[in-house]
Write a protein that binds this ligand. Sequence first.
Ligand code: HEM
Length: 122
Amino acid sequence: MKIIKTLLLFALAGVILCSCEYEWIQPEKTPVPENVSFSADIIPIFDKGCNLGVCHGAGATPPELSPANAYQSLIDGAYVNTETPEASILYNTMESGSMQTYTDPGDEEIVLAWIKQGAKNN
Ligand code: HEM
């Protein structure tokens, strides 16, 4: 009798769980500014997502993405390609590569717009 009660309880729990509705909330995409500024739009992306301590801080994995050295490190390391912006390592690794998991939706498009606008240190 006890086993039947336990089984019934499990079945009930299963039905309740299956009847729950899950709503996946897509995080809001950050809109792309008309004129992308490296200091005002790109550096905040690196600050919030690229773990400037362990991952891309000074002396860590290249490119260094700290506010002081990110620009030079990206240019010297050829991570941006202003001739063919979509071929840029920085954009590709954020859009579909190994850094996609750390990239908030829309941030890769801001980076691409910045490169298309000449990847200026502005
Ligand atoms: C949005 C934030 C981030 C950006 C823009 C970024 C950017 C990059 C770039 C451009 C590369 C070079 C890829 C290549 O040469 O093909 C790279 C590699 C790497 N990054 Fe990041 N990164 C970010 C976040 C992180 C975080 C949070 C970690 C650590 C948990 C990390 C760890 C690494 C490692 C270990 C590599 C070398 C191996 C690999 O390419 O996967 N990055 N990252």
